[in-house]
Ligand binder design. Structure first.
Ligand code: IMP
Length: 830
C-alpha cells in the first residue's frame, strides 16, 4: 500500500510542513532539536546536556538526509540503469556530524541555532565518537570515495560490516602501547538506520550433494549448514550541497533463531543461548592487523558473511526490474576493495549456477564482466591466501567452484604456453605445498575485467613484478587509479581558517573542483597573502599545542617547526628512520649548540597491530627518546618529541592542518600510494619523502623545488637488497655521525642503561639483510633534513613553497579518482 501525498494542502502549508520536518532555518532547526529531545530521547530540554543536544542535532540532520535519500533511490529506479556496488571490509568514517552539516550547506544556520541553545557547535561536535570501522589507508579511502560518489551523483552503494567494536583504543603506559576495546556503540549511534528488512540468511559449513535435475543436468545442493542472519544497518552519506544521498549498508550478524530449542527442551539454558552468542560474534570486532594476513577462520567468515548478504541484496534489487540475467553486467558493477571481498567471485558463480540454473560459460561471462578488483599492496605477506582445508570446511561449495575456475584457467594457460609447467605453478589459484593454499589475488585477477593499482608506481610494479605473468596474459586488464582524498573533509572541514583565506582570494568552487586551487599560484609571490597564510598555520599550531599539552603533558611551542609523522606504525613506513634522525638532531643540539638549526617539535602518532611486537617496540623507543630529550636542560626549547596516543580520524583532522613538515619516508617500492601525504600537502605542509607511492605524483605536481626527496628509488632499493653494495656496518665505519646514533641506541642512553631493551631494533638496523634499508637511506635522509632546515629558516621562501603545494594539489581529489573509476571501469560516464 502506498500513502498518497496530501495534495489537498495549499502550497504555503506544504512549505511550512516541509520546514517542520526538514528544517533549514535557525528557528526550525532549534524546534527540531527540541522535538527530538522530548519525543525520541525523553529528555527535558531544560535539563539536557551537550551529549543530548548532539544526538538531537544528529537526528535533525539525518531527517533531512533521509528525505533526500528516498528521492535519490527513486531516481535510480526511474532513470539510472547501472548501479555500482563498492564492497569493502573497512570504512574508516570518523565523525559524521560536522561533515553532514557542511555537505547539507547548513553551517551558519546550525551554528546560530546551537548558540541560541547555549552551546557552541564545537563542543557539541566533540560529543561524537569516531566510527573507526577500518585500520588505515584502505578504510579511509573507502570513506572518501563515498563522499565523492555522493557529490558526483553516481548511483552507488557501499557495502561492509557493522562492527560492534571498531579499531582498538590505544593508551600509552610507561611508553608502551596498551590496547582496549573500542565500544563505539555503547550509547548507540544516531547515524544508522537499523532495518528489520531485508534480512538475509548466510550459510556456513555443511556439505555439498549432487543430483541430476529433470532435464538431466548436473546440479548441486549445499546442505546441513549452520546459518546466521544478516541485518542491514544503513549509514547515509550526503553529497556536497546537492540533492544526492547514498548509503553504506553495513551488515550486523544476528542468530538465525533466538534460542536453540533442542538444548532448551533438555533444560540446557546456557547451551541454548550459546548459538545466539557465537552467531553474533561474526560482526563483533574489526581485525586490527594492517597489511598482514593471518588466516583466521572468523575473518574468513566475516568476509563471506558480508559478501553473501550483499549479493542477496543485489539480486533482490536486480530481479525487481529484470527477468533474466542477460543484462546483469549492464546494470551491476562490483568493485572489490582489495581481496577481502574476493569470495564474491565464486559466490556470484554459485548463485548463477546453483540458484538460477545458468550454464558455466554464461555464468562466467557475466561474473567477469561484473567484477573489478583494486589491489592495495606490493608486500607478499599482505596478499591473502586461505588454506584449502579451511576454505573447504567453511565454504565447501565455493571451494569446488574455485577448483573449477582454476582448472579451466590452467587449461587455457597450458594451451597458450605449452610445456611451461613453471608458469602453471606460478599462476595457479592453488599454491601447492603443505598446506595447500588458495591465492585470493589470483582468483580476483582471473575473475575480474579490471585490476587496478592505486598509484602510477604501484601499478607499474604490479605489472612488472608480482603479477607479471598475468599482465602478459591480460595486458588490457591492468590499470592505474591514483588515490585521492575528499577536499570537503580534508580542507573545508579540517581547516576552516585556510578555507576562508582561500575563499577570500579566489572565491568558492574549489570544494568540488580542486584544480581551481591553481588560481592561488600567483599569490605565492604576494607578501601579504603569505603573511595571512602563516597566520593561519600559526593558529592551527597553537590549537594543536594546547591539545598536545592536554594529552601528554608536554609543552611545545607553536613557533617551532612541527615535523609530523602520523600513520600506522609499520617497519616499512620507517618511523624508526625518523627516530634515528631525532637522535641525530639531539646529539647535534648537545654537542654543537651554536649551530643555526631551527627548533623542532617532532610529532608521532599511530597504532601498531596488537600482535606486531616490533612495531610496538618502535613506539616504546620513540617514547623513551621523548623522555630523555624533553627533560634535557642542555637543549632548552630547541627540540621536543611527542607521541600522541590513540590516533584516529578526528585527531588527524587537527594534526594535519598544523603540520609544517610531512614525513612520507617509506622504503621505495613498499607503500602502494599513501593518502596522508596528500592531506598534508593540501593543508600547506612540505613533504620530506622517498620516491614511493603517490609521493612521485605529488612531486610531479608541485615541482622538484617544492618537495624534499631523498633515498633510493624502487629499482635501486630492489637491486640493493641483492647487491648489498654498502652494508650498515660499512656505513657506520665510514660515517661517524651515523655510528654515534646507532651507538646511543645500543648503549642504553634511551633505556636507563638497559642495553637489551632496544637490541632487536639495533640488530635489524645493522643486519646486512634489512629489507627496509634504513641505514642505507639514513645519510641521504640527514642531508635532506638539512635542506629542510635551511628552507625553514627562510620563512618567506618556506611559505612560498607551502602555498604552491596547496595550489597544485588539484589532482589528488577523490572526485578525480572516482570520475576515472566511473568512466574507465564502471561504464558510467561522468
Ligand atoms: P531498495 O533499492 O529495494 O533497497 O530500496 C531502497 C529505496 O528505494 C526504498 O526505500 C524506496 O524509497 C526506493 N524504491 C524501492 N523500490 C522501488 C521501486 O520499485 N520504484 C521506485 N523506488 C523504489
Amino acid at each position: 500500500m502506498s500513502i498518497p501525498t496530501p495534495d489537498v494542502l495549499s502550497e504555503a502549508s506544504k512549505k511550512s510542513a516541509r520546514e517542520q520536518y526538514f528544517p533549514t532555518t535557525v528557528k526550525s532547526i532549534q524546534d527540531n532539536i527540541i522535538h527530538h529531545l522530548i519525543s525520541f530521547q525523553g529528555r527535558d530540554p531544560e535539563r539536557s546536556g551537550a551529549s543530548d543536544i548532539y544526538k538531537a542535532l544528529a537526528f535533525t540532520m539525518r531527517d533531512i538526509m533521509v528525505e533526500k535519500w528516498i528521492k535519490t533511490q527513486k531516481r535510480y529506479y526511474a532513470k539510472e540503469k547501472k548501479r555500482v556496488y563498492y564492497l569493502s571490509l573497512e570504512f574508516l568514517i570518523g565523525r559524521s556530524l560536522g561533515n553532514a552539516i557542511i555537505n547539507l550547506g547548513l553551517w551558519e544556520e546550525v551554528d546560530q541555532a546551537i548558540e541560541g541553545l547555549g552551546y557552541t557547535l564545537e563542543e557539541i561536535r566533540e560529543q561524537e565518537e569516531d566510527a573507526a570501522l577500518g585500520n588505515g589507508g584502505l578504510g579511509r579511502l573507502a570513506a572518501c570515495f563515498m563522499d565523492s560518489i555522493a557529490t558526483l551523483k553516481i548511483p552507488a552503494y557501499g557495502y561492509g560490516i557493522r562492527y560492534e567494536y571498531g579499531l582498538f583504543n590505544q593508551q600509552l603506559i610507561n611508553g608502551y602501547q596498551v590496547e582496549s576495546p573500542d565500544n563505539w556503540l555503547r550509547y548507540g549511534t544516531p547515524w544508522e538506520f537499523e532495518r528489520r528488512l531485508p534480512v538475509f540468511c548466510v550459510k556456513f559449513y555443511g556439505k555439498v550433494t549432487s543430483f541430476q535435475d529433470e532435464k538431466g543436468c548436473y546440479r548441486t545442493k549445499w546442505i546441513e549448514t549452520e546459518d546466521v542472519m544478516a541485518m542491514p544497518c544503513d549509514i547515509l552519506v550526503p553529497g556536497y550541497k546537492n540533492d544526492h544521498v547514498i548509503n553504506m549498508r553495513l551488515w550486523a550478524a544476528r542468530a538465525s533463531r533466538e534460542l536453540d530449542l533442542t538444548h532448551f527442551g533438555e533444560g540446557d539454558y546456557i547451551g541454548a543461548v550459546q548459538h545466539k552468542v557465537s552467531s553474533e560474534t561474526i560482526s563483533k570486532v574489526l581485525y586490527p592487523p594492517d597489511h598482514n594476513y593471518a588466516g583466521q577462520e572468523l575473518r574468513l567468515k566475516q568476509q563471506y558473511f558480508f559478501v553473501c548478504a550483499t549479493f542477496q541484496d543485489i539480486m533482490r534489487r536486480y530481479k525487481k526490474q529484470n527477468q533474466t540475467f542477460d543484462t546483469f553486467y549492464d546494470e551491476v558493477a562490483v568493485q572489490l576493495n582489495d581481496t577481502h571481498p574476493a569470495i564474491a567471485i565464486p559466490e556470484l558463480m554459485r548463485l548463477l549456477l546453483d540458484e538460477e540454473g545458468l550454464n558455466w560459460e554464461k555464468a562466467w561471462d557475466i561474473s567477469t564482466k561484473t567484477f573489478a578488483y583494486t589491489n592495495h599492496t606490493l608486500m607478499p605477506e599482505a596478499l591473502e591466501r586461505w588454506s584449502v582445508d579451511l576454505l573447504g570446511k567453511v565454504l565447501p561449495r565455493h571451494l569446488q567452484i574455485i577448483y573449477e575456475i582454476n582448472q579451466r584457467f590452467l587449461d587455457q594457460i597450458a594451451q597458450e604456453y605449452p610445456g611451461d609447467h613453471d608458469k602453471l605453478r606460478r599462476m595457479s589459484i592453488i599454491e601447492e605445498g603443505y598446506p595447500k593454499m588458495v591465492r585470493m589475488a589470483h582468483l580476483a585477477i582471473i575473475g575480474s575485467h579490471s585490476v587496478n593499482g592505486v598509484a602510477a608506481l604501484h601499478t607499474r610494479l604490479l605489472k612488472e613484478r608480482i603479477f607479471k605473468d598475468f599482465n602478459a596474459l591480460y595486458p588490457d586488464r591492468f590499470n592505474s587509479k591514483t588515490n585521492g582524498i575528499t577536499p570537503r573533509r580534508w580542507l573545508l572541514k579540517a581547516n576552516p581558517q585556510l578555507s576562508a583565506l582561500i575563499n577570500s582570494r579566489i572565491g568558492e568552487g574549489w570544494e568540488v573542483d580542486l584544480d581551481k586551487l591553481h588560481e592561488l599560484e600567483p599569490l605565492a609571490d604576494d607578501a601579504e597573502f603569505r603573511e595571512a597564510f602563516r597566520q593561519v598555520k600559526l593558529e592551527n599550531k597553537t590549537r594543536l599545542a594546547t591539545y598536545i599539552n592536554l594529552a601528554t603533558g608536554v609543552e611545545v611551542s607553536p613557533e617551532t617547526m612541527f615535523d609530523v609523522q602520523v600513520k600506522r606504525i609499520h617497519e616499512y613506513k620507517r618511523q624508526l628512520l625518523n627516530a634515528l634522525h631525532v637522535i641525530y638532531l639531539y646529539q647535534k643540539f648537545v654537542t654543537q649548540p651554536k649551530l643555526n638549526l631551527p627548533p623542532r617539535t617532532v610529532i608521532f602518532a599511530g597504532k601498531a597491530a596488537p600482535s606486531y611486537w616490533r612495531a610496538k617496540l618502535i613506539i616504546k623507543l620513540i617514547n623513551s627518546i621523548a623522555e630523555v630529550v624533553n627533560h634535557d636542560p642542555r637543549i632548552g626549547d630547541r627540540l621536543r618529541v611527542v607521541f600522541l596516543p590513540n590516533y584516529n580520524v578526528s585527531q588527524a583532522e587537527m594534526i594535519i592542518p598544523a603540520a609544517d613538515l610531512s614525513e612520507q619516508i617509506s622504503t621505495a617500492g613498499t607503500e602502494a600510494s599513501g593518502t596522508g601525504n596528500m592531506k598534508f600537502a593540501l593543508n600547506g605542509a612540505l613533504t620530506i619523502g622517498t620516491l614511493d607511492g603517490a609521493n612521485i605524483e605529488i612531486r610531479e605536481e608541485v615541482g622538484d623545488e617544492n618537495i624534499f626527496i631523498f633515498g633510493l628509488n624502487a629499482e635501486e632499493a630492489e637491486f640493493e637488497r641483492i647487491r648489498n653494495s654498502r652494508t650498515p656496518e660499512q656505513i657506520c665505519r665510514e660515517n661517524p655521525e651515523v655510528d654515534e646514533v646507532i651507538e646511543a641506541l645500543a648503549d642504553g642512553s634511551f633505556s636507563l642503561g638497559d642495553r637489551n631493551l632496544f637490541k632487536p631494533l639495533v640488530d635489524s638496523l645493522m643486519s646486512p639483510h634489512d629489507q627496509y634499508l634504513l641505514i642505507r637511506d639514513f645519510e641521504s635522509y640527514i642531508d635532506s633534513q638539512h635542506q629542510v632546515n635551511e628552507a625553514f629558516l627562510d620563512q618567506e621562501r618556506w611559505t612560498r613553497m607551502a602555498v604552491l603545494n596547496v595550489a597544485r594539489m588539484g589532482k589528488f581529489s577523490t572526485d578525480r579518482t572516482i570520475k576515472q573509476y566511473a568512466n574507465e571501469i564502471w561504464g558510467i560516464p561522468v
